[in-house]
Design a binder for this molecule. Structure first.
Ligand code: NAP
Length: 459
């Protein structure tokens, strides 16, 4: 049988070898999840909530081991990986509460002898496919609301980072979730996508990943009219207006742009700074960026780990070369950027960026901060919206009228005002346009796992 080798992107060593789940077993697992759904959906919400709380407790107790797995298989600096586990667990805790708040309602009928009752029911078996960049959080954002709603779920983690998922699901079983209520498969995305979308027992696909793969899954899921939630790619604009607090904006840029070495879907991808402050901002940003320690995420003080693999490195270097050819100033030479070798890249600021550069139009997923000057507020909003993507956008201003104009006119699902880290379990995360549909987090995040049914009673 073919084996999956899990590779540490910092050392490029194989850290684990796993068996792929055979196709026949994946289908059998979906059948078992369908059987388990019949008994899980009738467990009362308070018991589901208690099991989620128990899982959350076990995750807290195992935070060090989980963080180490995230660092070893994904490269994320250890302190940041611990932050991810806490963040991932905040979804488990949130949906332990929301499980108890799936309310129905009554509707006044149009004749006095009738009553209409509305109820929410779990949708059924869920197939989940997740990326490598947040191996804990992307999985709990799906599992926790699904099981809180009464669904069963089968997860397909990214081949680069299956170990975190396996550990989280083992802890879920230790907490009392039956094995067929929450399970995982080891498979390529293509295989899992085909099996999940073609199996009639699966009633919902929930996907986090790139837009091209999302589009393919939407097509496949449409064959049997499966409900789908799509958390797809981004190209976040990060706008700093003339009246902004420049030091605060620099701090938030670092937080937004360099988390996970720039490999997040809501990362600042393109930075637009008002021309009256662009020189001061770029100078301050470059000084801070060059202070960031790069290295193995297990080493003390490292802020920027390796990229996930050599393809990711090549994509980033291509964007740098393209920007340089088109007249931008790069804060480090290519030799300096790549001096650590392997999958490591020293972060850079790209000054004098222009809108025709690849870095302003393609999701970067790497430690590059391109800065372009703007003059007119309407023009920067137009440029910010001139993309098929609509996940996250940021703006910095201390003027409320300017702020409300940005908020009202930016076509994005997640917006940070003087805030480079807007994501939270209690807020509805998700995109518009080709960044997807559906929301994860908040009250909205359980809705995708529920169906509405109503009863009309005649006396
Ligand atoms: P990706 O290539 O789309 O992979 C994501 C997942 O999809 C992986 O599990 C992958 O499986 C699977 N996959 C690949 N091809 C497939 C197919 N034909 N059918 C079904 N599944 C398939 O994305 P990535 O490079 O891992 O992750 C980065 C992308 O995710 C970025 O675009 C980022 O913006 C986006 N993202 C979005 C959010 C959000 O909440 N909106 C959050 C995080 C990341 P393998 O294991 O075989 O690769």
């Amino acid at each position: 049988m073919t084996k999956l080798e899990v590779i540490n992107p910092a050392t490029e060593e194989v850290i684990s070898t796993l068996d792929y789940t055979p196709e026949v077993e994946i289908n059998a697992q979906i059948d078992r999840a369908q059987e388990a759904f019949q008994s899980w959906k009738v467990i009362d919400a308070h018991e589901r909530a208690a099991t989620l709380y128990k899982w959350a407790e076990l995750i807290d107790n195992n935070i060090d081991e989980l963080a180490e797995l995230i660092t070893l298989e994904g490269g994320k600096p250890y302190a940041e990986a611990k932050g991810e586990v806490t963040y991932a667990n905040s979804y488990v805790k949130w949906y332990a509460e929301e499980a108890k708040r799936v309310y129905g309602r009554t509707i006044p009928a149009n004749t006095s002898d009738k009553k209409i009752l509305v109820d929410k029911f779990p949708i059924g078996v869920v197939g989940a496919i997740t990326p490598w960049n947040f191996p804990a959080a992307m999985i709990t954002r799906k599992i926790a609301p699904a099981v809180a709603a009464g669904c069963t779920i089968i997860c397909k983690p990214a081949v680069q980072t299956p170990l975190t998922t396996i550990k989280l699901i083992e802890l879920a079983h230790d907490a009392g979730f039956p094995e067929d209520v929450i399970s995982y498969v080891i498979a390529s995305g293509r295989d899992a996508g085909e099996l999940f979308t073609s199996h009639e027992a699966i009633r919902k696909i929930t996907f986090t990943g790139s837009t091209p793969v999302g589009k393919k899954l939407i097509q496949q899921a449409s064959e049997s009219v499966k409900n789908a939630t799509m958390e797809l790619g981004g190209l976040a604009p990060f706008i700093i207006h003339s009246d902004a607090d420049i030091d605060a904006a620099v701090e938030e840029t670092i937080a937004s742009k360099f988390r996970n070495a720039g490999q997040t879907c809501i990362c600042a991808n393109r930075i637009y700074v008002h021309q009256s402050i662009v020189d001061e901002y770029t100078k301050k940003l470059t000084a801070k960026v060059h202070e960031l320690k790069v290295g193995n995420g297990m080493d003390e003080g490292v802020k920027v780990g390796p990229l996930i693999n050599s393809d990711a490195v090549a994509k980033v270097l291509d964007q740098v070369t393209d920007a340089s050819t088109k007249g931008a100033s790069i804060s480090r030479s290519l030799d300096d950027m790549t001096a650590l070798g392997g999958n490591f890249l020293r972060p850079v600021v790209i000054a004098n960026a222009t809108q025709d550069m690849k870095v302003m139009n393609e999701e970067t997923f790497g430690p590059l901060a391109p800065v372009m000057a703007y003059d007119d507020i309407d023009e920067v909003i137009r440029i910010a919206n001139d993309t098929p993507f609509g996940l996250a956008a940021y703006f910095f201003t201390n003027d409320y009228r300017t702020g409300l104009k940005f908020y009202n006119e930016l076509e994005y699902g997640v917006i940070g005002w003087n805030d480079g880290g807007p994501s939270a379990a209690h807020a509805p995360f998700g995109g518009v346009k080709e960044s997807g549909y559906g929301r994860e987090g908040a009250t909205e995040g359980i809705e995708p796992y529920l169906e509405t049914k109503y009863l009309s009673i005649k006396q």
